[in-house]
Every structure is written in C-alpha cells, then in structure tokens.
Design a protein around this ligand. Structure first.
Ligand SMILES: Cc1cc2nc3c(=O)[nH]c(=O)nc-3n(C[C@H](O)[C@H](O)[C@H](O)COP(=O)(O)OP(=O)(O)OC[C@H]3O[C@@H](n4cnc5c(N)ncnc54)[C@H](O)[C@@H]3O)c2cc1C
Length: 392
C-alpha cells in the first residue's frame, strides 16, 4: 500500500465534545494503526492471512477489553473511548477491528458479565494481554439470523457436560485458545459454555475462499462429544438474551468502527480528486465529483453525531438494543456506500491495493451481514416503533 497519509475529517468540530482522555486514547490508536497496521495490512489481506504480529499492539492500545475493569486486565475506559478505539482500528481494516470486537465484546464481556469469579480470574487477564485469543460461537450452518433455532446442545453427565454440534462463520476460530459457545441444555434453554483448545472432540477448521475480511481468520467450531468441565458454564445469565446482550456491545463498537472505514475512503478520495488531472483540471473541480465528496462528508458527520450520542447513552446505561441496532445499520450502510463512491473517484486506481478503498469495500460486505444483517436491523427498528415483530 502507498504511504498512509490519513487525516481524519471533523467537519462539525466534534472533537470539542470529547475529553482530553478521549483524544489521547484516540491518538494512541491512530498512531499505532499508521505505524503497525497500514504497512502490513494490504499484503495480509492479499494473502488471506491474519497478521498475528498485531496482537500485542492491539492489547497495548486497550483494544482488548477497553471497558473491562483494570482489576481483570482491561483498560477500564468509558464507552466513548471504546468506540474511538474501534473507529481507529477499522480505519486500518475491518478485519482487525473484528478481531478486537470479538475478543472484547463477545468473549471478555460475557465472561465478565456472566462468569464466576474463578472464570474471570482465569481468563480475563490473559485475554486482555492477548496471551489467549477468543472466539464466539452463536451462528450455525442452518441458523444465522434466527440463532434461537440452534441445535448445538449439551447434556449433563454428572461430573461434566457433553457438548455436540457445529458453529459456522466464526471469527478468530482457527487460532482461538478459548471459545464462548452458545448451546441448548436438555430443556432447550440456551447457555454459554467456555470451550478450551485441546479439549478432545473440539476442532476449528478454517473457512477459505473469502473475498471479504481476508485479514481476519474465519472458521467453524465443531463439537464431537466434547467433555466440558462443569466449572466452564457461564452461570450468570441464560436464554437468548445472554448472547444478544453481547451482540449489543459488539454492534455498538461496529457503529463507531464503520465510521473509521468511511473516513479512510473519503480522505483517500478527496486527496486523489485534488491531485488527479483530467481535461487539464483536477477532477475535484468537476461538479459530479464534488457532489460525491460533499455527500460523503455529510453522511460521515451525521454518523459521527449518531455514534457520539449513542456513546453518551451507553455511558449512562440508557442505550437500548434498538438504538444500538439503528446505529450499526445506518453507519455500516453509510460506510459501504461511501466506499463504493470513493472507489469510482479513483477510477482504475480504485481497484488496486495501492489504495485501501477496495479492501474496505469488500470488508464492509461482511460487516453489513454479521452481527445482524442490514435487513434484520431494519426489522428491529420496525418492531421498536410499531410494537409488531415482522420476523416471522
Ligand atoms: C466474515 C464473517 C464473520 C462472522 N463472525 C461470526 C462470529 O464470530 N460469531 C458468530 O456467531 N457469527 C459470525 N458470523 C455470522 C453472521 O452473524 C451471520 O452470517 C449473520 O447473522 C447472517 O446469517 P446467515 O449468513 O445465515 O444469513 P441468513 O440468516 O440465511 O440470511 C440470508 C438473508 O435473508 C435475510 N433474512 C433472514 N431472515 C429474515 C427475515 N425474518 N425477514 C427478512 N429477511 C430475512 C437476511 O437479512 C439475509 O439477507 C460471521 C459472518 C461472516 C460473514
């Protein structure tokens, strides 16, 4: 990739609404992305390899458990800091942000919120440092948008649980040390179990041939009569609401992360449009290109305000699932549209890896699908405002 010249747009002086601490945390993440992610990410994506070299840096900028208390190894930050870190990471690559989101919101959060003190002590500090990497198994081959239909199950065998089933499309699966897995007990109630690598009958084959999130490893979690110790059950919450509460936290991070991808596409397209000469003029002087750029900065600004207000609500413990869902849907949709427009501004150069735009665009095709598809999020808003569920 050519040199990372990124300059973040802040059209409405939103920085004035952030604290000194927010700005410092964001700057640390921004500097790290420029130094350690931008130079290697294009090659990792082209080779479809997760760059393990970034794990330490992700931990150091507080991306593993930003809001988990320091006593468990987390960074103990507020929700806006968490969002800003996700924004900066996704400015570099959505796949890298996916790794951080899964580790923080889908593995550390359920252990912190629903785990026993022993589980917290055993897993959280190692997850925060990156010594352990985690994955989150909810989706199954036949149950994506409808996770409540899952068939992965466990039986009580006296001194252990016996786990059987399969999870699909699982980020971090191929190299995870621990997996938070959602499965039904004999009464059909959903519970979370911590499955550890090395348990007999547990395997994690990698999913190949992806054109999206290529720098993030995706795979399956297969359970063939896996004996899970009873102390690995998450006892604090059961039912579908337990995994959905984790998704709330991850979706919130995605709402911020998508802004990062959009800002990178906009910034790249703006710089290119001012430098690229056609018909003896910079292409930025043509009205059609200005329209694209003007719409981009407008949409980014709206998304920034949406995320910030949602962060304030989250800090106050007031953000609802439906509010988070709206921000995830809007901001990812905004980012993917900006990526498509930005790619066109670069003409032929838009399709090569010298620029980040095409990678962002392909990545966002996953981001608009995972953690609830765009359509499902529309239905969540629809249900919230009408009181009528249109899922079935
Ligand atoms: C790269 C990647 C990483 C992922 N990482 C993880 C992970 O770490 N952990 C995990 O558990 N999952 C993960 N997922 C899975 C992801 O959450 C699912 O792909 C997603 O929930 C959609 O499920 P599905 O692919 O089975 O699509 P489906 O549910 O089959 O949906 C197909 C289409 O039908 C539409 N649809 C479905 N139901 C309705 C309805 N009621 N009304 C209207 N339209 C509907 C959907 O919107 C979609 O357009 C990942 C996915 C990808 C691609």
């Amino acid at each position: 990739m050519s040199q990372d010249l990124f300059q973040a747009p802040d059209y409405y002086n939103i920085d004035d609404l952030l604290t000194e601490e927010h700005l410092l945390i964001r700057q640390a993440a921004r500097d790290w992305v420029k130094r350690d992610v931008s130079p290697i990410i294009e090659e990792a994506a082209q080779k479809a390899e997760f760059p393990k070299s970034i794990i330490k840096g992700l931990s150091e900028i507080g991306a593993f458990g930003p809001y988990i208390p320091e006593e468990y190894g987390g960074a103990g930050l507020d929700q806006i800091s968490y969002g800003l870190i996700m924004q900066e990471i996704e400015r570099g690559d959505s796949g890298v942000r996916s790794t951080a989101s899964v580790q923080s919101s889908l593995v550390m959060f359920p252990i912190y919120a629903y785990g026993t003190e022993e589980q917290k002590q055993k897993f959280l500090p190692k997850l925060a440092s990156g010594e352990f990497m985690g994955s989150f198994g909810l989706t199954e081959p036949d149950h994506g948008s409808n996770p409540g239909g899952m068939t992965t199950n466990f039986k009580d065998k006296g001194d252990h649980y016996l786990l059987n089933g399969a999870k699909m499309w699982i980020s971090n699966a191929p190299f995870c040390d621990v997996a938070v897995v959602w499965a039904k007990n004999e009464e059909g109630r959903i519970h979370g179990l911590i499955v550890e690598r090395g348990m007999e009958g547990f395997s994690t084959p990698e999913t190949h041939n992806k054109w999206s999130l290529r720098a993030s490893a995706t795979g399956e979690l297969l359970f063939n009569n896996v004996k899970v110790p009873k102390e690995n059950l998450l006892t604090g919450k059961s039912g579908l609401g337990a995994p959905l509460s984790c998704l709330d936290s991850a979706r919130y991070g995605i709402a911020w992360g998508a802004i990062g991808a959009a800002m990178d596409c906009y910034d790249t397209a703006l710089r290119y449009a001012k430098e690229r000469i056609q018909f003896d003029k910079p292409i930025a002087s043509f009205q059609l290109q200005q329209k694209k750029l003007a719409e981009m900065i407008t949409e980014i600004t709206k998304a920034q305000l949406l995320a910030l207000r949602l962060g304030q609500l989250k800090n106050e413990g007031k953000a609802t699932t439906a509010q988070i869902s709206m921000a995830k849907r809007n901001n990812v949709d905004m980012a993917i549209k900006i990526a498509r427009e930005a790619r066109q501004i670069l003409g032929g150069m838009g399709i090569v890896g010298d620029y980040s735009i095409m990678r962002h665009m392909m990545n966002l095709e996953s981001v608009i699908t995972y953690e609830g598809t765009h359509d499902i999020h529309l239905l969540i808003t629809g249900m919230d405002i009408t009181g009528i569920a249109a899922f079935k």
